[in-house]
Design a protein around this ligand. Structure first.
Ligand SMILES: *Cc1c(COP(=O)(O)O)cnc(C)c1O
Length: 495
C-alpha cells in the first residue's frame, strides 16, 4: 500500500509521492502532506553504524513509497557523492556545550544543497513513473541562495532545463558571481531590473498563464518548481536529523531512546518541520527550538498563538531568514488541528486577507514541543565572536542566530539533553559579516581578501564553491525589464 498525500486545504483528493513531487503545490494552493506517519523500520541502535546514504534510504523509503528500491538508491547515489567535500556529507561537530550539524558541505555551501542535490533526480524519476514525456522546465525567482543551489542541482541533468530570475541589484556580490558563472547548457540566469518581489510575482504569473502552458506543451515542455514547499525538498531534510542521532549514539553521548533537542535557524519553516517529521517517524527529538532573527514573527506566534505579518520587514545579516510568511508552517498547523483541512484553509484565508490569524488553545497544546527564540543583530555578532574566541570555531550569521538563542534562553533548562544546532551555511558565504563580527579591523578589506583571512584564522579549507568563482568567467549577462520575462523564457527554450 502506498503512502498517499493530500492537500492541507482539501483532504479529498489524494496523490502518490511521485505525483506530489512533480506537482509541487496542490491545485487549491495548499501543500501536500502525508496521510499518516510511518515508523522507521530499523532499530535506533543501528543508526549508529550506517552511512549518510544508507540513512537516507531508510528514511526516504518511508515517505516515497511509490519509488522502487532501485530508483531511490539511484537518486541517493547521484545526489550524495563527491559534490560534497566530506564523506560524512553532514558532519556533527562538538564545540563547547553544543553540537553543530554542518549542512553546508555541498556544491553551494548552504543547507539548500541537502535537498536540491537530490530533487532533480526525484523529479526526473517521477516524470518517468508518471509517463510525463515533456521536458521539465524549472522556473525560480531567488533572493540569493535558492537560485544557485537549484542551478547546481539541475545543471546538466538530462530531461530538465532551469531558468533563474534574480533582482539585478538585490543580491550580494558573491551570490551574483556564483549564479552568473554557472555552467551547464540547460541553465539560464537572468537579472531583473526590479526587486525580489518583481521577480517572484513575474514567475507566479508565468506559472498561472494557461495560454503559455498550452504553447509550451506543444513544444514539449512543462513548468515545475524547485520551491521549498515541494515534498521532494522536505523529505531529504528529515534524513540529517536521523543521521545526527546516529552520530550522538556512535559517540556514546546518548543511548538509544534518549532524547536530543534541535535548534534551527528558521525562515520558511522547512528545516525545522523536517525535524518534526523526524520525531514523527520515531527519532527521539525532545524540544524543537525555532530561532528567528529580528523578523521574529514565528517567535511571537509560539509565544502568543497569534501569527501577524503586519510589521516592518527588517534587513539583517542573516538574509535567508528575512521572511514574514513562513510557508511550511501551514503543514504544522494542519497536523496541529488533527488534519482538519477546512479549519486550516480558513486560517490561510485570514492570513491572505488580513495578514494575521490566531489559533485556538487546542492547537497550541498540539504544538507544545516547539519553543521560539530570537536574536538581535548585536547578539548574533557577539555569539560569532564568543564561539570563535572560546573554541576557535567560526559560525556563519544564520547559525549564530540559533546558537545565540540556545545559549541565552535554553541551555540552562535543557539539563543533560544534547543540543543539535543546525548549521545552515558556511562562514565563507557570509565572510564580510562574520569577519566584522570577529574584529572591526576587517571592515575595509575586499571580498576575497576576507576569504583568505578567514581561512587563516579558522584553519579550515576554503570551499571549492568559493575558489571556483574567484576567476570564473561570466557566462550569463542578460538583464531585462520585469515585463520581459515571458519573452526571455521563450527565447531560451527556442535555443
Ligand atoms: C534557507 C535558509 C535558512 C532557512 O531555512 P527554512 O527551511 O526556510 O526555515 C536558514 N539559513 C540559511 C543559510 C538558509 O539558506
Amino acid at each position: 500500500m502506498n503512502l498517499m498525500y493530500s492537500s492541507t486545504r482539501n483532504a479529498e483528493k489524494q496523490v502518490t509521492a511521485s505525483q506530489a513531487v512533480l506537482k509541487g503545490l496542490a491545485d487549491d494552493g495548499g501543500l501536500f502532506v502525508p496521510e499518516h506517519f510511518p515508523k522507521l523500520a530499523i532499530s535506533l541502535d543501528s543508526l549508529a553504524g550506517i552511512s549518510y546514504q544508507e540513512t537516507a534510504y531508510e528514511v526516504m523509503k518511508l515517505f516515497l513509497t511509490d519509488y522502487t528500491e532501485e530508483e531511490l538508491k539511484y537518486c541517493i547515489g547521484q545526489a550524495y557523492d563527491d559534490k560534497f567535500d566530506t564523506k560524512e556529507i553532514a558532519p556533527l561537530r562538538e564545540a563547547g556545550d553544543a553540537y553543530y550539524l554542518e549542512l553546508f558541505h555541498g556544491a553551494t555551501i548552504a543547507f539548500k544543497d541537502m535537498a536540491l542535490s537530490i530533487l532533480p533526480y526525484l523529479m526526473t524519476t517521477a516524470a518517468k513513473k508518471n509517463h510525463e514525456t515533456r521536458e521539465i522546465v524549472i522556473l525560480t525567482a531567488t533572493s540569493g541562495d535558492t537560485g544557485k543551489a537549484a542551478l547546481a542541482g539541475f545543471a546538466d541533468v538530462p530531461g530538465t532545463r532551469i531558468i533563474v530570475f534574480y533582482p539585478k541589484n538585490g543580491v550580494s556580490a558573491i551570490q551574483e558571481k556564483q549564479m552568473v558563472t554557472q555552467k551547464g547548457a540547460n541553465t539560464c540566469v537572468i537579472g531583473i531590473r526590479g526587486n525580489f518581489d518583481d521577480a517572484q510575482s513575474g514567475v507566479k504569473r508565468l506559472f498561472s498563464d494557461k495560454q503559455l502552458e498550452e504553447e509550451l506543451t506543444q513544444e514539449g515542455f512543462c513548468f515545475s518548481s524547485a520551491n521549498s514547499i515541494n515534498i521532494g525538498r522536505l523529505v531529504p531534510q528529515i534524513v540529517y536529523y536521523a543521521y545526527a542521532y546516529g552520530c550522538l549514539l556512535k559517540a556514546g553521548r546518548i543511548t538509544a531512546g534518549d532524547p536530543m533537542n534541535v535548534v534551527v535557524p528558521t525562515g520558511n519553516f522547512g528545516n525545522i518541520l523536517a525535524a518534526f517529521y523526524a520525531k514523527k517517524i520515531g527519532i527521539p527529538v525532545g524540544r524543537l527550538i525555532c530561532a528567528s532573527n529580528e523578523n521574529k514573527v514565528l517567535y511571537d506566534f509560539f509565544q502568543t498563538g497569534a501569527y501577524d505579518r503586519n510589521r516592518p520587514f527588517v534587513l539583517t545579516s542573516s538574509p535567508s531568514m528575512d521572511i514574514l510568511i513562513s510557508s511550511n508552517l501551514e503543514r504544522l498547523l494542519y497536523h496541529a488541528c488533527g488534519g482538519d483541512a477546512r479549519m486550516n484553509a480558513k486560517l490561510m484565508q485570514e492570513l491572505s486577507t488580513a495578514g494575521r490569524y490566531t489559533v485556538p488553545e487546542s492547537m497550541r497544546d498540539a504544538m507544545q514541543d516547539f519553543s521560539g527564540g530570537y536574536a538581535t543583530e548585536e547578539e548574533t555578532f557577539a555569539e560569532i565572536r564568543r564561539v570563535y574566541e572560546q573554541y576557535g570555531y567560526v559560525l556563519d550569521t544564520h547559525t549564530a542566530v540559533a546558537s545565540s538563542v540556545y545559549h541565552k534562553d535554553f541551555s540552562e533548562t535543557c539539563g543533560n539533553v544534547p543540543a543539535v544546532i543546525a548549521s545552515t551555511a558556511s562562514p565563507y558565504k557570509f565572510a564580510r559579516s562574520v569577519m566584522s563580527a570577529i574584529d572591526e579591523k576587517y571592515h575595509s578589506m575586499g571580498d576575497f581578501e576576507l576569504i583568505d583571512e578567514l581561512h587563516r584564522i579558522a584553519g579550515t579549507q576554503i570551499p571549492r564553491a568559493i575558489e571556483e568563482i574567484r576567476n570564473a568567467p561570466v557566462l550569463h549577462d542578460t538583464v531585462i525589464g520585469k515585463d520581459e520575462m515571458e519573452q526571455a523564457v521563450k527565447h531560451f527554450l527556442a535555443r
